[in-house]
Design a protein around this ligand. Structure first.
Ligand code: NG6
Ligand code: CA
Length: 508
């Protein structure tokens, strides 16, 4: 038996033994540890279910993502926990439903870290099993304990919740501070030009998007009218730190290089890399060589750009001889949005593209497009190409990847679906709570139940149906994937069962 297959089988058997309640030795030989597969999570920001070729897009070309999706196991019912970023990332890293933590909602750049440093996390769990752990890209889970001084070492952050190495942007590309942070220190900071950040008050004499439209290279539509960096108005006020400010158009290349360097410098040990790209979140700033790469304007262009980055990243794995010993998981933190606060022609140049595919809603929505996202696993030579309709959630990655690494631990809401992620089983979740801006819904089997929610049916600023209805909603996704027909009145038994399940899980 091939050594890698043998080791994998051993892990699977150990996992199985735990599942059926046996105990097995936690200690693994050093040799075996070195053969553990590397794990990479490639995580997109706001990429919709219909935004890539393998999920049906015809108007945007994503050959690199498609090659992985079609050569791996593509899930048709793969979910982010939530329809916005922070809660989804919280669930991914902690295996805990974000609605259990009131702070797990879109955070300003000055928010304190929302993961308890004592809490078990996915990177900690892998670290315990001998992995080196790294994050490159978007963080958005808060830093420090409040009133962060950006000119000192910033802690706690990713390094205190399980990452041995971190190279991050603090919040989002549209929020200050617009700098990179490496292992808790702002990269490239000149101590004589300290950074000041404030989310409520501007610094005297500093221009803003609101007052200085003449300085803007990108116009704001809603929000995004505070400090101006690189001609782009942001959320929040910032002063100083000139030498540390990132270049938006180089961000994708910059993160790619960091991700490649990480792989190269840790190839001798099992590693876990969380590569969190910033595309296609706003502001969409393709590098000049990708401007016009799609016919859809900047939103399409940055998807093509991200696709290229992913291709280059996989090439590095290949060149380093790691591709056959690396499990890649690809997904997105929430569904798609067109106008998310800047005039960037995403609406005007959409053409025939359908970012949500056949799904209803989008980012911020309790309808399917909010949380059902591209989701696939790829492992050359180990995962057979295929399509799985099992219901899987990013929340389950913590426990499942832990099992792969030889751990028995689990996250609070995180279940073990390792064999499903590897294509050895079709069994997925029986039930999954979906979240959008603190509103909840329940997916169970083919059905989704959305309790009555107050508030507008459509979020006017982004023009997305967010799922609110004073009436309870029930949809059969098997026959009605676009959620056009509310069958709550026609299926009282199913509805009652789901209401009971919902109350059991989230409380009434
Ligand atoms: C919203 C922003 C939006 C985006 C989002 C976070 C406004 C009006 N809108 O508040 O542009 O930044 O937060 O997106 O400010 S996420 O993908 O990180 O959740
Ligand atoms: Ca997002």
């Amino acid at each position: 038996m091939h050594i890698k297959t043998k080791v994998l089988t051993t892990f699977l058997l150990i996992g199985l033994a735990f599942q059926i309640g046996c105990t097995a030795s936690e200690s693994q030989g050093k040799e075996e540890q070195n053969d553990k597969p590397n794990i990479v999570i490639i995580y997109m920001d706001d990429l919709g279910y219909g935004d890539m070729g393998a999920y049906g897009a015809t108007e945007i070309k994503t050959p690199n993502m498609d090659r992985l999706a079609n050569g791996g196991l593509r899930f048709t019912s793969g979910y982010a926990s939530s329809a916005t970023c922070t809660p989804s990332r919280y669930a991914l890293l902690t295996g805990t439903y974000p609605w259990r933590n009131k702070d797990a909602r879109i955070l300003p750049g000055t928010a304190p870290l929302i993961i308890d440093t004592a809490q078990l996390t996915l990177p900690k769990l892998l670290k315990e099993q001998g992995y080196h752990t790294g994050i490159v890209g978007k963080w958005h889970l808060g830093l420090g304990i409040g009133n962060v001084d950006w000119n000192q070492h910033i802690s706690p952050g990713p390094n205190e919740v399980g990452f041995d190495y971190s190279y991050i942007l603090a919040a989002t590309q549209d929020r200050v501070p617009t700098v990179y942070i490496e292992n808790g220190d702002v990269d490239g900071l000149d101590p004589d030009d300290p950074i000041l950040v404030d989310y409520s008050t501007n610094f005297e004499g500093e221009p803003t998007g609101k007052d200085n439209p003449e300085l803007l290279t990108m116009k704001w539509h809603h929000g995004h009218n505070n400090s101006i960096v690189n001609g782009i108005p942001r959320i929040g006020f910032m002063k100083g730190g000139e030498s540390a400010k990132w270049s938006d158009v180089d961000m994708a290349d910059h993160f790619l290089k960091k991700a490649q360097d990480y792989v190269k410098s840790h190839k001798e040990e099992p590693f876990f890399l969380y590569y969190a790209l910033q595309q296609p979140h706003v502001p969409r700033t393709p590098n000049p060589r990708f401007v016009g790469a799609s016919d859809l304007g900047p939103r399409g262009d940055v998807i093509v750009e991200a696709d290229w980055m992913i291709g280059e990243f996989v090439k590095t794995l290949e060149e380093e001889g790691l591709l056959e010993n690396t499990l890649i998981i690809f997904s997105s933190d929430n569904g798609p949005v067109l106008n998310d606060g800047y005039y960037d022609n995403a609406v005007e140049m959409l053409g025939d593209h359908t970012p949500a595919g056949p799904l209803r809603g989008g980012k911020y929505s309790l309808f399917e497009a909010g949380t059902r996202v591209p989701f696939f696993t790829y492992w050359k030579g180990t995962i057979q190409p295929g399509v799985s309709d099992a219901i899987v959630s990013q929340i389950d990655l913590m426990t499942s990847l832990g099992q792969l690494a030889g751990s028995t631990k689990k996250g609070e809401d995180s279940e073990n679906f390792l064999s499903t992620f590897l294509g050895n089983s079709n069994v997925g979740r029986t039930e999954l709570v979906l979240e959008a801006s603190s509103r909840l819904a329940l997916r169970k089997g083919d059905y989704v139940m959305i309790p009555p929610h107050k508030g507008p049916a459509i979020s006017a600023s982004v023009n997305i149906e967010i799922g609110n209805d004073p009436e309870i909603q029930l949809y059969d996704l098997k026959s009605d994937i676009g959620q056009q027909t509310n069958i709550a009145k026609d299926k009282p038994e199913i509805l009652n069962d789901m209401v009971k399940d919902y109350e059991r899980i989230v409380g009434s």
